[in-house]
Design a protein around this ligand. Structure first.
Ligand SMILES: Nc1ncnc2c1ncn2[C@@H]1O[C@H](COP(=O)(O)OP(=O)(O)O)[C@@H](O)[C@H]1O
Ligand SMILES: [Mg+2]
Length: 255
């Protein structure tokens, strides 16, 4: 498999936060890690990104063991919840930032940066300051910056959670389209069932640091592996498409 996590474990003090986590993902697919707040999603993503070292276990990407590799050398890019843009740089400087360390000359870097800005619909904003952009535009810049390094794997940690509901739905559709068109392998962390179902090729459900179930959203809906999964997903109604895929999720407001 393209991405493999093997028996990953992480504790902070005497608290085990990620417990014997294993999963794998094919190239070009989008995996959502779904779970309630505090279940270990960000910790897991930070270990894949190299910002945290697992206590034990291995992470393999495209045949290479990256467990001990520092983040700068990993062929992995991360989009954070809080965007993590550099406020003193303009849009194109932000987008091309990661290319400086990859021996790409300035002209090619800017060309490539402009191309990715175009892909996220921000071509004319190249020279804008970050504080001149809306939250949604800033999140698009963060996405363009991650994609511009052409990573083997793109990680996203609740990237849309600071946006209003309507924009969140729009960004979700755009991201899925971009991911499919570019064939990028993505791991997307969220606590939002609807977001996970709509985005996922595969979905991993985590509870208290452990993987409870991993499968396509459709299979998880049809055959939840235990009561935790069915209760966690039971908040939503589903509209099935004729192709047997989930077409739409209707939020159930009763709770
Ligand atoms: N650096 C840290 N030191 C101590 N505890 C931590 C640290 N980072 C996360 N935790 C704890 O680990 C658990 C999982 O955190 P996190 O991975 O951020 O969860 P999630 O992203 O699913 O909300 C939480 O209980 C959190 O308080
Ligand atoms: Mg988190």
């Amino acid at each position: 498999m393209y991405l493999e996590l093997e028996h990953i474990k992480k504790s902070f003090g005497d608290k085990t936060v990620v417990d014997d986590l294993s999963f794998s993902l094919e190239q070009g697919k989008l995996l959502c890690i779904l779970g309630s707040s505090g279940c270990g999603k960000t910790t897991t993503l930070n270990m894949i990104g190299g910002f945290l070292r697992p206590d034990s276990g291995r992470i393999i990407l495209d045949g290479q063991d990256i467990t001990e590799m520092t983040p700068e050398y990993r062929p992995v890019a991360t989009v954070f919840q809080s965007y993590g843009l550099f406020p003193h740089m303009n849009v194109i400087q932000n987008v091309t930032y990661g290319l400086k360390f990859r021996h790409i000359d300035r002209k090619d870097a800017i060309e490539r940066g402009e191309r990715y800005l175009d892909l996220v619909g921000l071509h004319e904003y190249s020279k804008y300051r970050i504080d001149e952009l809306s939250g949604g535009q800033q999140q698009r810049v963060a996405l363009a910056r991650a994609l511009a390094v052409e990573p083997k794997l793109c990680l996203l940690d609740e990237p849309f959670s600071n946006l209003d509901a309507a924009l969140r739905v729009k960004m979700r559709v755009e991201l899925k389209k971009l991911q499919e068109e570019l064939g990028i392998t993505m791991v997307f962390v969220t606590h939002d069932q609807e977001e996970a179902i709509i985005l996922s090729d595969f979905m991993t459900i985590m509870d208290q640091g452990r993987l409870v179930q991993m499968d396509t959203p459709e299979n998880i809906y049809r055959n939840p592996s235990n009561s935790y999964v069915s209760e966690f997903l039971g908040l939503k109604d589903i509209v099935w498409g004729e192709d047997g895929k989930i077409m739409k999720v209707i939020a159930n407001e009763k709770l």
